[in-house]
Design a binder for this molecule. Sequence first.
Ligand SMILES: Nc1ncnc2c1ncn2[C@@H]1O[C@H](COP(=O)(O)OP(=O)(O)OP(=O)(O)O)[C@@H](O)[C@H]1O
Length: 345
Amino acid sequence: MWGSWSESYPQALPAEARATHTDVIGRQPEARREAAKSLSARGIWRDGAGPRQRLGAGAGEWYEMGVGEQLMSDGGSASGESRRRGWARKKAHDASEEGTRAGVSVADPPTAGAMVVVEDLHRSYGTGAGAVHALRGVSCSVPRGELVALRGRSGSGKTTLLNLIGGLDTPDSGRITVDGTPLADLGESELLEMRRDRIGFVFQSFGLIPILSAAENVGVPLRLRKVPPREREDRVALLLSLVGLADHAEQRPGELSGGQQQRVAIARALANRPALLIADEPTGQLDAETGMEVMDLLRAVVRSEGVTALVATHDANLLGLADRVLELSDGVITEAGAERGAGVV
Ligand SMILES: Nc1ncnc2c1ncn2[C@@H]1O[C@H](COP(=O)(O)OP(=O)(O)OP(=O)(O)O)[C@@H](O)[C@H]1O
C-alpha cells in the first residue's frame, strides 16, 4: 500500500523535494539526515516510527507536509474497515433520517444550500470504560460564502469535528454533507478527490515543506493535479500576491516569519480553488497582532475567492471577524448562529 504513495506522490514534486521525501519516508540516507531531523523536531517524523504509527498519532500532520491526500488514500486514520462500518451506520441512520433532522438545533443557520451540513454526529476514541466521547450528537451547518468560527475549550472536540468534515476521519454515526455531497456516499478515491480539489486545509503548524520555496510550496497541490507549468506559475503568482508575499516567492519557510509562513499555507490551501477552507487554530502559533492579520486575510480571501471557511479557534479576540460563531462544549454544539460576531468578543 505504501508503495503507491512512494511511487506516485514524489513524481509530483520538484526533483529536490522528490529525493528528500522519498528518503525521509524510506531509507533516510546520510545526505538527507538534516531534512529528517527537521521533520523529527516538529514531531512529524520519529526515528523508528513507521508511517502507520505516525498516522495513528495524528493523521493531520501528514497532510500538513502536503502529502496527506496521497497518504490518506493509502491508509489514513479512516481504515477500510472503519469506513465499511461507517457505511453500515449510514444505512441505519438513513432509516431514521426524519428523527435526526428533528434533532437539528433551532438556533442553527438554515441548512438549505449550505456548504456544510452536519447531522447528529458521534465520534468516540477507544472503547469500554476508557472511551472518550469526543462528539456526542453534533448538528450544525456552515452557510456558503461565510467565515464561520468554531470556538471551544481545549478538548471540546474542534479538531475531531474538522477532521470529520474534511473527510480525514470517519464518524461512528451521523451524517456530513459537503457542497451537496454526503461524504458517506463517496468511495476512497472519490473522497481523495474531494479533499484534493474541493477542500483546502490550514493547520496551526503551517505544514510547509522546508526545502521548497514559498512559490514551490504553493504549487504542490497544482503539481499533484498535473496542472500545466505555465498555468501553475500564473496561479502561484496570483496567490502569493493575494496573501501579500509576491516579493517572497523564492524564500524558503525557514526564511519567513510565522505570519508569513501561515500566509503561504493559506495560499497553498487556496491553490485548487476549493469550495471549503478548513483551518484548525491557524493563529495558534502567532502573536496576537499577527494572528489578527492572518484572520483578516482569511476574511478577505473568503470574499475575494468566494470560498467558505470554517476556522477553529479558542482565541476570543479573533471571533469578532467571523460572520458566525459555533460553540462546541464537551462534544455538543451549545450555541450557534451568532451573526456577524454579535455578542462573541
Ligand atoms: N486519537 C485520539 N485518541 C484518543 N482520544 C482522542 C484522540 N483525539 C482526540 N481525543 C480526545 O477527544 C477529545 C476532543 O479532542 P479534540 O482534539 O477534538 O479537541 P480540541 O477542541 O480540538 O482541542 P484543542 O483545542 O486542544 O486542539 C479530547 O478529550 C481528546 O483528548
